[in-house]
Design a protein around this ligand. Sequence first.
Ligand code: HEM
Length: 127
Amino acid sequence: MITSPSYYDQIGGAPVVRDVVERFYERVLGDDDLKPYFTGIDMPRLKRHMVMLLCSVLGGPEPYEGRDLGEAHTGMGITSQHYDKVGEHLFAVLQDSGVGEDILRDVGLVLTKVKSSIVAEPAETAD
Ligand code: HEM
């Protein structure tokens, strides 16, 4: 039987995911629109949870043991635009790491799926 390696294995496993997450938060904290959300946040803990989440989304062995995403972002008032910016930073870092188009597409699908539980307002206003 031929089995294809998981996305997690294809990109180089946990060390690459850790590096991606490190560079992702460097970009996010370097973005004046996004930085204020992270004031007073325990960043090492957040990074650990993001690594677990990304590893499990990519098919790695680590289970995600952080909070439910809706619960974790409650009350932050995250706008649709800011959400999209965070997604763009993640994409840019994954692209820089040489992650393939198929993986980028699937990560994009996951980001679209979880958006409504993270943003505090409807993505479109009916006016
Ligand atoms: C793009 C999709 C996103 C994913 C996959 C994601 C993922 C996560 C994860 C895994 C955690 C840790 C949950 C826990 O505490 O167990 C977290 C927390 C957090 N996220 Fe996000 N996030 C996303 C978008 C955003 C956006 C757009 C913002 C703000 C602009 C944001 C700001 C935060 C902050 C400030 C925390 C820390 C909460 C706390 O420790 O009290 N996140 N996120």
